[in-house]
Design a binder for this molecule. Structure first.
Ligand code: ZN
Ligand code: ZN
Ligand code: ZN
Length: 277
């Protein structure tokens, strides 16, 4: 049986050990370990500085006590540390020199562009647009919530399908930052109504994770519609975070194991009106 640890963030998970340097929120320190195996998927890991020490003493056995100290992590925190500290061939810092034209404000910005979003769910059609425009002609005072509407955060189609806008946050390999997809996820009618009612209520963070189907087609991946996920509701003013189901879909892989800076650059080249090095 694998030994477990109670993590404040991730609950009960397998115990893992990393050198103390890898434990805190720094990034890009290198991530060294023996190859993982089926019996030991999370072998002890250490940073590049500790690797120099190990090499100097020809292996861990001869390293004097106290020179390299290990810290306990849960297996999910270990994966997060691995993503943050692995050194990719194109690093996050390499993206700092990019300049790009922004599709929302039309200005030029510099550095990496870390969020791309969808203004409506995949299922929102021209007909929906028409229906919602018609209902906007009705004076507000006599208006019931219309069955078809779209705003910055919520969407209902014919009072039958319901969606909330949220974020899929991908940890960036070798960096502390996240790359964010602003996407739509479906909700049950009950959950949708609860969320609308609690839009400004601080207590909404206590809601359990809400089941959702991804309802945005992200063209940088194979079919993303109907990936299963859960909406984790944040405090008012912050969009929900979507937690994907763990599968071998490339988006789920990037969600759990990180996105390479090189991929971020690819997405920028494809998704922005103009990018210059
Ligand atoms: Zn270290
Ligand atoms: Zn943890
Ligand atoms: Zn802008």
């Amino acid at each position: 049986m694998t030994e477990t640890v109670q993590c404040e963030v991730h609950g009960e998970s397998p115990k893992t050990y990393v050198c103390i340097h890898l434990k805190d929120e720094s990034s890009g320190l290198g991530f060294n370990r023996e190859d993982p195996s089926e019996e030991n998927p999370f072998p002890d890991a250490w940073c590049d500085t500790c690797e120099t020490v190990r090499a100097e003493y020809y292996g861990w056995d001869k390293v004097p006590d106290g020179l390299c100290n290990l810290a306990l992590l849960c297996s999910e925190c270990y994966e997060r540390a691995r993503t943050r500290h692995t050194r990719p061939s194109v690093t996050f810092d390499d993206l700092a020199g990019l300049r790009w034209k922004c599709s929302s404000c039309d200005e030029w910005h510099s550095g990496p562009c870390l969020d791309f979003g969808f203004s409506e769910p995949y299922y929102w059609t021209k007909d929906c647009d028409k229906a919602s425009r018609l209902s906007n002609l009705v004076p507000r005072a006599v208006k019931k919530p219309s069955p078809t509407f779209l705003d910055l955060d919520y969407c209902s189609i014919k009072g039958e399908s319901f969606f909330v806008r949220g974020l899929i946050r991908l940890p960036i390999i070798g960096a502390a930052e996240f790359f964010e997809w602003g996407v739509w996820g479906s909700l049950s009618q009950d959950n949708f109504e609860t969320l609308l009612r609690m839009d400004k209520d601080p207590k909404r963070v206590e809601l359990p994770p809400l089941f959702s189907w991804l309802s945005s087609q992200i063209s940088d991946y194979p079919d993303t519609l109907s990936l299963k996920m859960y909406a984790h509701i944040q405090e008012p003013g912050i969009r929900p975070y979507f937690r994907l189901e763990s599968t071998d879909h490339p988006l789920a892989q990037e969600y759990f194991h990180g996105i390479a800076p090189e991929r971020v650059k690819e997405i920028m080249l494809r998704g922005l009106p103009a990018v210059e090095a």
